[in-house]
Design a protein around this ligand. Structure first.
Ligand code: SF4
Length: 335
């Protein structure tokens, strides 16, 4: 089988939703890449297409109303869009795992942590063709709870979700995600429901697990600060497009795209005294009737006539730094 250097490579992914009002073009040719052992944060306002992208990787979007209209999702060189539901089901939870924003939604309140973890470990063992007994699964569950720094794991495993705090429940979900021995962990707003102290602890834990378990992480977040704490690279999304991708340092030191500049200007900083924070004027456009050309043009202070007619491609503006903006092009298409 032909291997790809990236563990995950999304190429020109286009996704439409059929709605009563018309077709919503929610992803407009998204391309992303994640190297083995690397950490990539996908940021943008709510509704920019981050979670749709991550759910597409795991085949979690309902068809219909979802239509994949273009692109490929290569995971370890295999196109996930070519897989049957059964084949994707074998990959989900084992080779690729996901953790979500609200752990309580994904833990069953009427079963102990022990039962839920043992069930998951036994199922993952079957999926991987490495069956384990319930006794072996319990031992693994205790080890995993220890790995995510739950104190006295052999005792606490007998408790129920309501006996755990929000941060501890998120640790349990991370332990469950690790139980399938995944190569890729997708974390969708994993700290949004937590207070800042617990948020920092969970991010430190994830960082530690990347090294210990040789994981690659795709982190979805609306918060640039959260992404900066965990990730090496960042992809900024706006209205179904990736508009900038670079290392964290490049984006924070020299943000190139006007949307990224606006996001950074809206973050409060202790080093900067201001009367009020700058926001980005306007809101995300309709996906049913999006603006022509660059979808950011109605909100952009630099918009030119070409921006309303042509879509800028994501192109390298400096080594390792790509931006989709006509400000960085020496020549434009004839318009
Ligand atoms: Fe602004 Fe034009 Fe760049 Fe879009 S392409 S961000 S409208 S300058």
């Amino acid at each position: 089988m032909k291997r790809n250097a990236n563990i995950l490579q999304i190429e020109n992914l286009g996704i439409h939703f059929d709605t009563f009002e018309g077709t919503a073009r929610v992803l407009d040719g998204v391309s992303l890449e994640l190297a083995p052992g690397d950490t990539l944060g996908v940021v943008g306002e709510t509704g920019c297409g981050k979670s749709i992208t991550s759910k597409a990787v795991l085949g979690l979007l309902p068809v219909p109303p979802t239509k994949i209209v273009s692109g490929r999702i290569l995971f370890q060189g295999e196109d996930l869009l070519d897989k049957s539901e059964k084949e994707i089901g074998k990959i989900r939870g084992t080779r690729i795992a996901m953790i979500f924003q609200d752990p309580m939604t994904y833990l069953n309140p009427v079963f102990s942590i022990e039962k839920q973890m043992v069930d998951v470990i036994v199922r993952h063992g079957r999926q991987r063709g490495e069956p384990v007994t319930r006794k072996q699964a319990r031992t693994q569950a205790v080890d995993l709870l220890d790995a995510v720094q739950i104190p006295s794991p052999a005792d606490r495993i007998r408790e129920y979700p309501h006996e755990f705090s929000g941060g501890m429940r998120q640790r349990v979900l991370i332990a469950m995600a690790l139980s399938g021995k995944p190569d890729l962990l997708i974390a969708d707003e994993p700290t949004t429901a937590l207070d800042v102290t617990i948020q920092a602890q969970i991010l430190r834990l994830l960082k530690d697990l990347v090294n210990r378990f040789n994981l690659s992480i795709l982190l979805i977040s609306h918060d640039l600060g959260v992404v900066a704490k965990l990730c090496r690279r960042i992809a900024v999304m706006y209205a179904g497009n990736v508009v900038e991708t670079a290392t964290i340092a490049q984006v924070f030191d020299q943000p190139a795209h006007p949307y990224t500049q606006g996001l950074l200007a809206s973050i409060p900083r202790l080093s900067r005294r201001v009367d009020s924070l700058e926001g980005i004027k306007g809101s995300i456009p309709s996906f049913i009737d999006p603006p022509g050309g660059c979808r950011f043009n109605p909100r952009c202070g630099h918009a030119m006539s070409v921006c309303r007619k042509e879509k800028p491609l994501l192109e390298e503006t400096s080594p390792g730094h790509r931006t989709a903006c006509f400000l960085y092009k020496s020549s434009w298409p004839n318009t």
